[in-house]
Design a binder for this molecule. Structure first.
Ligand SMILES: NC(=O)c1ccc[n+]([C@@H]2O[C@H](COP(=O)([O-])OP(=O)(O)OC[C@H]3O[C@@H](n4cnc5c(N)ncnc54)[C@H](OP(=O)(O)O)[C@@H]3O)[C@@H](O)[C@H]2O)c1
Length: 315
């Protein structure tokens, strides 16, 4: 989704020269970890991570249920945040149709959630959880793992955009909400799910980002920061969790119709379509297809990547 004032969009928020020169700056912070690996010291860095990761996981696992690979007799299990509406709902529907057990949460229930709980009680869990409540997120993940016997897939889909507004008038409270909901919450969910996955032979994490992470748009600076943060998180996490057979990728959708984008005017929709090489907005099914590709065995050697599905608007 893009801001209503695309006409004046600024370019190059994330990419460009900073990316090429980043290793120096980042290496200072991370020394021999992921960035060092990219610079050629990969074996040592990865070996370090292999030694330290399981200990750290064990130390913090708390009550995370252990499920051992091969012992699970049930279907694959997916945790989808924000599965009541929009892209999340479609992912819930398609995964259920494909035989998965699906757990999701949102702040409020709607008819879709109530009907699915009633129709698929053995395969579907929904709870009311707010992204800003990280303790509740961990409790949700652990109860899902106990109920379904493990977790194979996390899709960090839920996010808030709120009212688009210019940065100079954005309140601190608004900044805190966006950071907590769109960045801290996916990180907490990834950690809780990865702890479960690490005890059962692996899994996959897909973080739903946005084209705002790779191109600048007026009115969405903080939202963009959270999504760009998520992309960086995906890359580094992929390095750390790869040895545990957990793949981590970011999915960057272009604009598609959902409740999140109802405020976008017809004029701006037309402008977005004009600027998109394929000449139209995405159908939400096309975004779900890409998520499900990343979740499938067809992408088994893809990790740490950012898959942009935007009709070419950022190319
Ligand atoms: N739509 C676009 O054009 C577009 C473009 C690029 C990227 N994206 C990204 O794609 C993802 C899905 O977007 P969408 O358009 O499908 O969103 P959506 O239609 O607004 O649905 C958002 C879902 O997340 C839940 N949610 C929102 N805030 C929450 C909170 N604080 N705590 C718990 N659950 C919360 C919502 O339920 P409740 O409100 O009941 O909590 C709902 O289930 C998001 O990450 C978004 O940033 C969207």
């Amino acid at each position: 989704m893009s801001g209503p004032q695309e006409e004046t969009a600024h370019a190059a928020v994330v990419s460009g020269p900073t990316e090429e020169t980043a290793p120096t700056a980042v290496a200072g912070e991370q020394e021999t970890t992921a960035v060092a690996g990219e610079q050629g010291a990969a074996p040592a860095a990865v070996a370090d991570e292999r030694e330290t990761a399981p200990a750290a996981v064990a130390d913090e696992r708390e009550s995370a249920p252990a499920a051992v690979a091969g012992e699970r007799e049930t279907a694959r299990t997916a945790v989808i945040s924000g599965g009541s509406r929009g892209l999340g709902r479609l992912l819930v529907e398609r995964l259920l149709a494909d035989g998965w057990q699906v757990a999701t949460f949102s702040r409020s229930a709607n008819d879709f959630v109530k009907d699915t709980v009633a129709e698929r009680p053995d395969h579907f869990i929904w709870e009311s959880v707010d992204l800003v409540d990280r303790k509740a997120l961990r409790t949700f993940v652990n109860s899902v793992a106990r109920r379904f016997g493990g977790i194979d897939l996390l899709v960090n889909n839920a996010a808030v955009l709120n009212r688009q507004e210019l940065f100079l008038t954005t309140s601190s409270r608004q900044v805190d909400t966006l950071l907590a909901s769109n960045l801290a919450a996916p990180i907490a969910l990834a950690q809780a799910c990865a702890r479960v996955m690490s005890g059962s032979g692996g899994g996959q994490i897909i973080n739903v980002s946005s084209i705002n992470a790779v191109r600048g748009y007026r009115g969405v600076a903080v939202y963009s920061a959270t999504k760009a943060g998520l992309d960086g998180f995906s890359r580094s996490l992929a390095r750390e969790l790869g040895p545990l057979n957990i793949r981590v990728n970011s999915l960057v959708p272009g604009f598609f119709d959902s409740d999140m984008t109802t405020e976008v005017t017809e004029q701006n929709r037309e402008r977005i379509a004009r600027r998109t090489p394929l000449g139209r907005l995405a159908d939400v099914e096309e975004i779900a297809n890409a998520v499900l590709f990343l979740a499938s065995p067809q992408s088994s050697f893809i990790t740490g990547q950012t898959l942009v599905v935007d009709g070419g608007i950022t190319c």
